[in-house]
Design a protein around this ligand. Sequence first.
Ligand code: HEM
Length: 230
Amino acid sequence: MAEFLWVIFPYLSLTVMLLGSLYRLVFRPLTWTARSSEWLEKKWLRWGSLLFHWGMLFVVGGHVMGLLIPMSWYTAMGVRPELYHLMADSAGGVAGLVTWLGSLILLVRRLGNRRVRRNSSFGDFLALGLLFVTITLGDAETLIRNNLVGPYEYRATVGPWARELLLLHPNAQFMVHVPLLLQIHIVFAFLVFAVTPFTRLVHVWSLPVRYPWRAPMQYRRRGDSWHTTR
Ligand code: HEM
C-alpha cells in the first residue's frame, strides 16, 4: 500500500499531468484557457480570484522553502527548528487562510450563482472542489493540528521524500509515519495535479506570476493576432 501511495500513484499523477498537458498544447491549442466566467459574474470573481491567486503565490513559495530546501541548510544558517516553525506556521497560516477564503468564495459563487453554475462543466467543479479540499486539509494541518499537538517536522520526512521523488529514487518509508491529515492532503494534491490537463487549471503553465495583477478576462485590440482568456 505504501509503495502504491507514495511511489506509483505520485508518478502516475505527474505523468498524466505532463503528457496530458503536452497533448492539449499540441492537439487542442485553442482550448488552452482558464475559460474566465467574468462575463457571467464579476464582483465575487474579483474578490475570490484575487485572494486565491495572491494566497497561492505565497503558499507555493512556502512549499518550496519547506520541502525543497533541506533541513541541514536551515541549521547551517543558524535557523533553529522552533524559529523555523514559528515563521512557517504564522506566514503559512496567513497565506493558507487567504487562499482558503479565496477558494471558498470561488466555490460558493460557482455553485450559488445560477448563470455561472449553468455554464460550468464537470471539470470546473472537479478542479475547484479538489483544490478546496486540498487547501482545507493543508490549513487544518498547519493551523489546527500543529497548534493542538505541536509542530510536525515535515522537513525530516515529507521533504526528503518529495526531493527523492523528483530525483527519481523515491523512498516510501519516509511517508509511512506522517500524520494522516498531511498524508490525505498530499494525496489530494496529486489528484489536483492529475486533473490539471483536463480542466481550466491547465492555465497554471501560462506564466501564473502575472495573474494577480491582470484582469480576469483578456481582450484583444482589433487586428491583434493572439489573445487569451482565463
Ligand atoms: C495543489 C497542490 C497543493 C496545495 C493547493 C496545497 C495547499 C496547502 C496549504 C494551503 C497549506 C497550509 C498553509 C501553508 O502551510 O502553506 C499546506 C501545507 C502543507 N502542505 Fe500543501 N498544498 C499542495 C501540495 C502539496 C504537496 C504536493 C505536498 C508534499 C509533497 C504538500 C505538503 C504540505 C506540507 C508539509 C504542509 C505544511 C504542514 C504543516 O504546517 O505541518 N502540499 N498546503
